[in-house]
Design a protein around this ligand. Sequence first.
Ligand code: GRF
Length: 215
Amino acid sequence: MGELSEVPVGVLISGSGTNLQALLDACAEPDSPAKIAVVISNRPGVYGLERAREAGVPTVVAPHRDHPDRRTYDAHLVSTLRAHHVQWVALAGFMRLVTSTLLDAFPQRVLNIHPSLLPAFPGLDAQGQANAYGTTVAGATVHLVDEGMDHGPILAQGVVPAEPGEPVETLKQRILQMEHRLFPMVLRWAVEGRIQTEGRLARIDLPPGQRRWLI
Ligand code: GRF
């Protein structure tokens, strides 16, 4: 697709940004229908910002502590995203709950990746939760964001084996590699206009040969 038709995407991060890297790499492909227009971090100095600069993508540091409450902070995010003409928002390790101030500005257009097979293990340290529970499979979920925690309509899930009692770090790495396959795939469906929702069910007009799960 030509440069003019690329859909601008904003990515929100809080950390090292390996998922951001996967999205940057996918968007650098010549046939990508998406481009990363801006990367916003609520934390200064994180490595994800470096990854964005390396890729020539504008970065913004937006510390949440500079704002009195979540809504004011989200309004600031909205104006930053709009200034970069963003149409879709990807939360890639953004460790903040978002409010309707952001969601209403981008209705059904905010994606999140979570390192578990939702609805199991929402919230912090999902991999540690799965590991401590002794599950034999684990994975990652990309979903549309609503005001609940890791709660909106599921778009796709990727499954990995889990060994009860293994070091949590090996499980984390296995899930992370799956995340890096899953998120670019779903972002592409999103910008291609393939996703529709009915309540909490998402319908996806899948490209030939693709599925909503990866193993
Ligand atoms: C990932 O595990 C993601 O699923 C979760 O936060 C982590 C971010 O990792 N929401 P990274 O910054 O993309 O490396």
